[in-house]
Design a protein around this ligand. Structure first.
Ligand code: SAM
Length: 270
């Protein structure tokens, strides 16, 4: 019996395994793995993406929370040679930045068909530190990718859009229908490429202040900025950072949020 036939998908781990060979091949073509490149795969599952990556000759670290699936991957021949290193862990707790391969000469490539129930926290965790990360290719629920890539002025532009666009270029690359998975999820998926920006849209923005301002501004997105930011910035301070306090959060681009965050950090210092 093959591994894929004997494993029952576990809902609590968000397991929907890719089972359409043509989609898997298209994803591998998008990733373009090259021999010797260091990869990190989040949630390899039964190895649908792991297999073509290893066949292309990459060096792959995989983090899988499901002990049974991790144990199976550890029996692969590439695990014996060291080309594949499997860690049984919760990727959310795993310190991505301390991965051994992480060095400037060999920037890390991150891939994953993420569990949908954890996709937003995992996205934030993975993009927290992008030093020495070459790119990320993630398969996510379509609506999540739409929000990540949304532009100011659109109704779905929000916290996820600003925080990700502050760190990465967001490029949706492939639509994946529910039938490509076993079991089939309720939702459509999009494969997205994230390219870390060489420099942020605005320099010198303290990350904590940016996270605080963005969270509060979109927490009450129907309100004007003056009202939404009550308690952290006054209307005068918002104006002084170059932003009109009578507009709403969804009208402000990532640079504008950077300006507000610089003001917030300065106000906190006082
Ligand atoms: N990559 C496989 C594929 O494409 O067929 C599996 C994808 S499945 C949607 C998500 C995988 O992530 C599962 O193997 C699941 O066990 C694993 N997973 C779920 N939560 C995780 C976590 N917190 N850390 C690491 N892996 C996790």
């Amino acid at each position: 019996m093959s591994a894929s036939m004997s494993h029952r998908a576990r809902r609590r781990f968000g397991q929907n395994f890719l089972s359409d060979p043509s989609i898997i091949q298209q994803m591998a073509m998008v990733i373009q793995p090259q021999p010797g490149q260091p990869f990190l795969e989040i949630g390899p599952g039964e190895g649908a993406l792991t297999r073509p990556l290893l066949d292309a000759g990459v060096k792959l670290s995989a983090i899988e929370i499901d002990r049974d699936l991790a144990a199976r991957l550890k029996t692969w021949p590439e695990a014996a040679t060291g080309q594949l290193v499997v860690t049984t862990d919760d990727a959310l707790q795993h310190p991505i930045a301390t991965l051994t391969e992480l060095d400037a000469a060999h920037p890390l490539r991150i891939v994953g068909n993420l569990p949908y129930n954890l996709s937003t926290p995992l996205l934030f965790h993975l993009t927290e530190s992008l030093d020495n990360v070459a790119d990320l290719h993630l398969l996510l629920q379509k609506e999540v990718v739409d929000r990540m890539a949304a532009e100011p002025g659109s109704g779905i532009y929000g916290r996820l859009s600003v925080m990700l666009q502050y760190r990465c270029q967001v490029r949706p690359v492939l639509s994946v229908p529910p039938e490509a998975f076993r079991p089939a999820p309720q939702v459509h998926s999009t494969f997205v490429r994230l390219l870390p920006l060489k420099a942020p849209p605005l320099a010198g923005v303290p990350p904590d202040a940016l996270a605080e301002v963005v969270k509060q501004a979109f927490g009450q997105r129907r309100k004007t900025l003056r009202n939404a930011l009550t308690g952290i910035l006054t209307a005068e301070q918002i104006s002084a950072s170059g932003i009109d306090p009578s507009i709403r959060a969804e009208q402000i681009d990532p640079v504008g949020f950077g300006q507000l965050a610089i003001m917030r950090a300065a106000v906190k210092e006082i």
